[in-house]
Ligand binder design. Structure first.
Ligand code: MCN
Length: 797
């Protein structure tokens, strides 16, 4: 029976629903200490002194970590950005200056979380407040510098130019100018905040139980930061309660827990972030401003060229950069066939929380830009929004973009047609006409998004050859257990994506076994052999990279099983076949009853193996496979290597009406079409689309990180950050098409990160609703106060 392609019920959920998940905060020990991190209330301030004596004197306090401890025991984290980023001194505490509100300045370990927090309040920190730079463009000017050792706030600058841009403008029938667009900061607000438990099992050997979603990366930064060899750090994760990218960047906090554990006399120390801390300082999505955009179009409204200047704001440290400065180019033209583009890309630091790869990292911001550009041009030229897309969509696949990326497969016009059918387009158009006659603000918007899954690091290396990455790879270990079950160990450490289930489906098909007999060890462990420097759950890489590792491991295992069966059954390997017999799955001689079932084979190899002989010396029925995506030396002229990427797409349509009294934008109808190639598990893929839509709608309508001029975060609790909940979600009419990727063994495309469509769709719907009022939607966030403000300032571009 073929399991791939079926909605097998998620294997992991039974355990999780029964409360038998194993999250980092579940670890409790008698005598365990709890860590409180004291954070700077100021966005930019010199730290003149830290007096911890009162806190240290409090009964129950085991130790306080101060900037002096950090200076004595830590080295700055490796900087991934190009020069002069290498001059940035990034340590677990602000040793000289606090550069964002929430920057840790000290940490206390005490016998209870409450006591640790109380002790934290007794630490006296003397600050000298400095002017904060919050505005991206002001940061670029550089009158206030965050990291003086670097001498500039600019971490990246490059110009990407393809085709003949100037000629296209000379030939243009129309030119549309957009002065400023701005994509805001938001989060993902996972249910579980960051957490870790640090313990030194022996001097200089650190064990960390945490919920990091990319522990392979964390360990590489943490070890030199703590002056330890990599092998002295053991990181394990079990269940992770959502990450969406944010749990990649918490290694500075692990270092504080580790230092506290050591200073407290090698005692176990737990740190669990509060929700306010999470919002303030765990990491935000990239904020991006787009200036002086000019768009050339032909007489039919087809975009022929774009020139623009993009300024990315990575907050106080470029902790995951230059990746974000580069990977947006994976989707340079979005879903449109424009060939001539010139984009100057700058990135700056501001006195705000450092950014981190929030779902759709950096590509989402480029896709929103391109969608906004197309939509604004359509309205300016009076071309209906669906027609504008049909005229501009890429239609031939594989399609090579101007910068050399290859979009593997797709059918955007078909997706549009399906989304229109599902939502009842004609009927809503009629209703919109009526609404307009009544003076109501109703709009219909379309948004198309891409998820370019896998191999992001290969691309980052092109920009910075010194980076220790050549591309994402993944590892799978697979063995047959004594009872004939198949045990699979992955290095991915999923955070809700259903890896246990889809892995079981692939293994079940490959080995003719029921998925209930496939035991997938989830989580991540540097002690497991399934650990590579790229192991983790990020970049929508599992369906392609992770499952390719699983598939490859199955092939290796099958080869060994055939070797074994051939010798025991005295048969030729070519005459053997995998089948299901009376005693379960087996390997047997075609056309005969001679067969070995899995448990027998496992016992033969693991227990009764003395007489197996030299020929089977390497047969262990326990194999490891590393999947390494193809990587070709980059074409530096085009600044892009021929990296293996897959391009999943989503197309959404929303009907929105703005209440004229409250300015509340209400979603009246919503449809979403997904194309992630061949689907492994339709229910999981549907769930991913649902979750990503929820995430995107939250960002578009409710969730934003707003700062005041002094760098104070104004939305640092759930009462003002307003996370989206089930109550705010519209019913989603869902459909999918399958355009198999020719680049993956299974035709699947990475899709879990594709959360941008609602952001584009809502902006487009509001544009449609308000264009007659002279409003151009230039922002990505649309809360009622912001819509009110926009209508007051109508006419700006
Ligand atoms: N899948 C499928 N068929 C396909 C493609 C994918 O059945 N054609 C399945 C996969 O087998 C996997 C799931 O869908 O079980 C997502 O696959 P993939 O797109 O490869 O993404 P990853 O598993 O690598 O997950 C990472 C991705 C990212 S980058 C973010 S951000 C995100 C996302 O997943 N964070 C999430 N979805 C999330 N979902 C949950 N619940 N929690 C998060 O933190």
């Amino acid at each position: 029976m073929a399991w791939v392609g079926k909605s097998l019920r998620r294997k992991e959920d039974d355990r999780l629903i029964r409360g038998r998940g194993q999250f980092a905060d579940d670890e409790h020990d008698e005598g365990m200490l709890h860590l409180y991190i004291l954070r700077s209330p100021y966005a930019h301030a010199r730290v003149l002194s830290v007096d911890a004596s009162a806190a240290e004197a409090l009964p129950g306090v085991a130790c306080v970590i101060t900037p002096d401890d950090v200076k004595a025991n830590c080295d700055p984290y490796m900087q991934l950005g190009p020069e002069p980023c290498d001059k940035i001194v990034d340590l677990p505490l602000a040793t000289d200056k606090a550069v964002y509100q929430g920057h840790p300045v000290a940490a206390v370990a005490a016998t209870s979380p409450a006591l640790a927090m109380d002790a934290g309040q007794l630490i006296e920190v003397e600050y000298d407040m400095l002017d904060a730079v919050v505005d991206t463009e002001e940061a670029l000017e550089g009158s206030t510098i965050l990291h003086e050792e670097m001498g500039t706030n600019r971490t990246f600058n490059d110009v990407w130019e393809y085709g003949d841009v100037d000629q296209a403008f000379t030939d243009a029938a129309h030119v549309v100018k957009i002065d400023r667009l701005h994509c805001h900061r938001f989060s993902a607000a996972p249910l579980e905040a960051n957490a870790c438990v640090a313990e030194w099992t022996r001097q200089d050997e650190l064990h960390l139980n945490c919920n990091n979603s990319f522990a392979g990366f964390a360990v590489q930064l943490l070890a030199p930061g703590l002056r330890l060899p990599v092998e002295n750090i053991h990181i394990s994760t079990r269940d992770v309660g959502g990450s969406f990218g944010i749990k990649i960047g918490n290694y500075p906090y692990y270092a504080l827990a580790a230092l506290a554990s050591r200073k407290a006399g090698w005692r176990k120390v737990k740190w669990h972030e509060t929700r306010s801390e999470h919002l303030l300082s765990a990491g935000h999505s990239n904020e991006r401003t787009y200036r002086d955009t000019e768009v050339a179009l032909d007489k039919d409204g087809v975009i022929t060229a774009i020139r623009s200047r993009h300024i990315d704001d990575c907050g106080a440290y470029p902790r995951y950069e230059p990746l974000g400065c580069v990977i947006w180019t994976q989707v340079l033209p979005a879903t449109f066939k424009v060939r001539n583009m010139r984009i100057e890309f700058n990135q700056v630091m501001t006195n705000k929380c450092p950014t981190i790869p929030v779902r759709g990292y950096s590509r989402l911001q480029q896709l929103w830009f391109m969608e906004r550009v197309l939509d604004i041009c359509g309205h300016e030229l009076g071309i209906p929004t669906d027609e504008m897309r049909l005229r501009n969509y890429i239609r031939e696949f594989p399609y090579e973009t101007p910068n050399g990326c290859v979009y593997d497969s797709g059918d955007y016009p078909k997706m549009l047609e399906m989304a229109k059918d599902l939502i009842g387009w004609d009927e809503w158009k009629r209703k919109q006409e009526e609404a307009r006659k009544e003076g109501r603000w109703m709009g219909i918007g379309i948004g198309t998004t891409l998820d370019s899954g896998t191999n992001n690091f290969g691309q980052a290396q092109i920009m910075n050859p010194h980076l220790p990455f050549s591309g994402n790879s993944e590892v799978c270990n697979i063995r047959i257990d004594f009872d004939g079950a198949v045990v699979v160990t992955l290095g991915t450490g999923p955070s809700g994506q259903g890896h246990e289930t889809t892995t079981a489906q692939v293994v079940a098909d490959e080995l003719n076994i029921d998925p209930s007999m496939v035991r997938v060890r989830t989580g991540f462990d540097t002690d497991w052999s399934t650990f590579s420097g790229h192991s983790g759950t990020y970049a929508s890489q599992f369906a392609v990279t992770g499952l390719s590792a699983v598939h490859g491991a199955c092939q290796k295992l099958k080869k060994e099983m055939k070797q074994l069966a051939a010798q025991v059954l005295e048969a030729n390997e070519n005459d053997l076949e995998f089948s299901v017999g009376d005693e379960g799955p087996q390997v047997g001689v075609r056309g005969t009853d001679a067969a070995l079932n899995y448990w027998y084979m496992s016992n033969l190899v693991n227990s009764n193996n003395a007489g197996l002989g030299e020929a089977l010396a390497d047969v262990t029925l326990n194999v490891r496979h590393v999947y390494r995506p193809p990587f070709q030396v980059p074409d530096t002229k085009r600044k892009f290597g021929n990296l293996t990427l897959t391009y999943a797409a989503q197309l959404h349509i929303a009907v929105v009406e703005i209440d004229k009294e409250t300015y509340h934008p209400k979603i009246l109808a919503y449809s979403a079409i997904d194309d992630c190639g061949n689907v492994i598990n339709p229910q999981i893929a549907h769930g991913q689309v649902h979750g990503a839509t929820c995430h995107g709608l939250g960002a578009a309508l409710m969730e934003t990180f707003d700062y005041d001029e002094g760098g104070n975060l104004l939305t640092s609790t759930f009462s003002d950050y307003c996370p989206i909940t089930a109550l705010n979600m519209p019913d989603i009419e869902y459909g999918n098409i399958e355009s198999p990727s020719p680049f993956s063994y299974n035709g699947a495309k990475g899709m879990g990160e594709g959360g941008g469509a609602p952001l584009h769709t809502i902006s487009a719907a509001l544009q449609d609703a308000l264009h007659a009022e002279g409003v151009i939607i230039t922002e990505s966030h649309h809360s009622p106060p912001k819509l009110f403000e926009r209508l007051q300032n109508r006419g700006d571009k």
